[in-house]
Design a protein around this ligand. Structure first.
Ligand code: ATP
Ligand code: MG
Length: 568
């Protein structure tokens, strides 16, 4: 069973919600979403889910989806990430219009904060962060009001303006919303709206000395842009009352330019054998455990792309798993089965031998000059797509096969090459093993075969059958390539679950680099980044920088089907 393509539409409660909104005319029939990354790292497969949910919902209802950079922290953000994020979203297949930036709303957010102060709904607190969070209390533990909570409005305004002017040191003051220190939801216990930060911002430079918090910036930015459905992951569930409270105040004051946006949460993507936290991914890089953000083992879009994942297969995967409000973990084998299904349709077939063993045909003919004859055999480029046509590959009396396609003393049910056995060489001839050369240690150095000239093309006129078809590469015509094989970066299904630390589940040997691999001449024409199927071995992507390096994208076996069988 491969990834199903003919299937009922997956459950998507967000679409249902929009249908209900449209029936009730909640947003005047408008659908506007946004994808709000913080430009402090590269996008990973988890972000791809949010991107897919946001963009697909807008498309489904003829609306729009903004890319909005949530750039409210000058210390961690960088313009280089902005460009990389735009590029990754475009690669995934979504059209990014003019990107928007929360930093473009700093002035508006500031004015609205002053309005809150004027209305007695915000105050400046001189206490440090530790004190403030200790006073917040907890479940069943009452909050403690700040001694500055009842500062006169004029004093608050004056202090807030001086905070903006840069008169105070980092961390010495904050602006807080005045809500309710006994609220059952901790988020509502006088949350911080502004912090003082002296860092240099990647877009506004040194213009601002105060920066809005996520909660103060997010809903207000949604309102400024006219977002209707503000989708985020479930951990923001407890922030929703605050999201609404801020917007309610602005709505009461008649400040909202559009209908009041609404936050809706959906389940994060969690994948087996995968860890998606920008902070921890960065640690992998800093500790030299992977080569960088685009290491093919990384769950970043850069990594998956370099590994050869087609963007369509990632979108198809998200379409299949749907959108729900229940957290769960999907098997990475399911994602891989979408990758395999897609590549099966588009990847051209080639022959490559990863661990070469020499084979000599003892009865191969020579021409008039005494040179071995070279036959050109015809091979189908892709049995799934006749339009891809055929190619030719040279075949002569000396070729490479995989070391494990020959055994001097085979176990039962071994059907590949072994003394006395006849096999088919894909598209070429039947050959029969007549012996082998071994060194003093019994290590096989060369295999001898005879061929049957009547079997050209790979079929015997007398109808006799062979049990296996093997791939091969002509020794005199081979191109040398290097191949990177990958195991899971995290051996454990749920990294860190048993060990307590995801880094303890890291497989330090998750990459095996094979050099001196042999491939048929047509492989030399592969475009950088293209994926081909090496017959019997899997799908392999040519690196975009290193001209002879192929990364194994996925193997040929559908492991997800096996998992399903085991479960049932
Ligand atoms: P990380 O935890 O990796 O640092 P983040 O949530 O801090 O990620 P943001 O740039 O703030 O990174 O994320 C942008 C958007 O992507 C947010 O709306 C966030 O909810 C969403 N997102 C991040 N991780 C996932 C995930 N695993 N599944 C679905 N959506 C995600
Ligand atoms: Mg975040």
């Amino acid at each position: 069973m491969s990834a199903p393509t003919d299937r009922p539409a997956a459950a998507n409660f967000v679409s249902d919600l929009v249908v209900a909104d449209n029936e009730q005319g909640t947003f005047g029939g408008r659908v506007q979403t946004r994808f709000p990354p913080e430009p402090n790292g590269f996008l990973h497969i988890g972000h791809a889910k949010a991107i897919t949910v946001d963009f697909e919902l807008a498309h489904e209802f003829g609306g729009i989806c903004n890319l909005r950079f949530d750039d409210t922290n000058p210390d961690t953000e960088d313009t280089s990430y902005v460009a990389a994020i735009i590029d990754d979203i475009a690669w995934l297949g979504y059209e990014v219009g003019e990107p928007l930036f929360t930093s473009d709303y700093f002035e508006q957010l500031y004015r609205w904060a002053e309005l809150f102060i004027e209305q007695g709904k915000a105050y400046v607190d001189d206490q440090d962060g530790e004190t403030i969070s200790a006073q917040r209390g907890g479940y069943g533990k009452p909050g403690v009001e700040s001694p500055h909570r009842d500062r006169p409005i004029e004093e608050n305004l004056d202090l807030f303006r001086r905070m903006r002017a840069g008169e105070f040191a980092d961390g010495s003051k904050v602006l807080r919303a005045k809500i309710d220190m006994q609220h059952e939801n901790m988020q509502m216990r006088d949350p911080v709206m502004y912090r003082i930060r002296s860092g240099h911002h990647h877009r506004t430079g040194d213009a601002w000395k105060i920066y809005p918090t996520y909660d103060w910036a997010h809903g207000q930015s949604d309102a400024i842009e006219g977002v209707t459905h503000s989708l985020c992951t479930l951990e923001f569930d407890s922030h929703r009352p605050l999201y609404d409270w801020y917007l309610d105040q602005l709505a009461e004051a008649g400040k909202l330019p559009f209908e009041q946006p609404r936050q809706t949460e959906f389940a994060r993507l969690e994948l087996t054998h995968t860890m998606t936290s920008k902070r921890k991914l960065l640690r992998l890089i800093e500790q030299g455990l992977v080569d960088g953000w685009d290491d093919p083992r990384m769950p970043t879009l850069r990594g998956l792309r370099r590994r050869g994942y087609p963007a369509e297969s990632i979108r198809e995967f998200f379409d299949f798993i749907g959108v729900s409000r229940t957290n769960s973990r999907n098997e990475i084998e399911l994602l891989e089965s979408f990758v395999r299904t897609r590549l099966n349709k588009v990847a051209q077939r080639r022959m490559a031998v990863l661990r070469p063993l020499e084979v000599v045909i003892d009865n191969w003919p020579v021409d008039a000059a005494g040179e071995p004859v070279v036959e050109l055999v015809e091979l189908v480029n892709n049995p799934e797509n006749a339009d891809d046509g055929t190619r030719t590959a040279p075949f002569t009396g000396r070729f490479w096969i995989e070391q494990d396609d020959f055994m001097a003393e085979p176990p039962p049910k071994y059907y590949r090459l072994t003394p006395g056995r006849e096999v088919r060489l894909r598209g070429a001839f039947f050959v029969t093993c007549v012996g082998f050369d071994a060194d003093a240690d019994g290590h096989v150095e060369r295999v001898h075969v005879t061929y049957d000239p009547e079997t050209r093309g790979g079929n015997a006129p007398d109808g006799r059958k062979v049990k296996s078809t093997m791939h091969w590469v002509s020794a005199g015509h081979a191109v040398d390539i290097d191949v990177a094989l990958y195991e899971r970066l995290f051996a454990a299904e749920v990294p860190g679950e048993k060990t307590g630390d995801v880094f303890d589940d890291l497989d330090a040997d998750s990459r095996e680099l094979l050099t001196g691999c042999k491939a048929e001449p047509a492989l030399a024409e592969t475009e950088p980044g293209a994926v081909v199927q090496f017959e019997r071995l899997g799908y392999f992507a040519l690196d975009t920088d290193q001209p002879h390096l192929f990364h194994r994208t996925v193997g040929l076996r559908d492991e997800w089907a096996n998992i399903q069988k085991r479960k049932n």
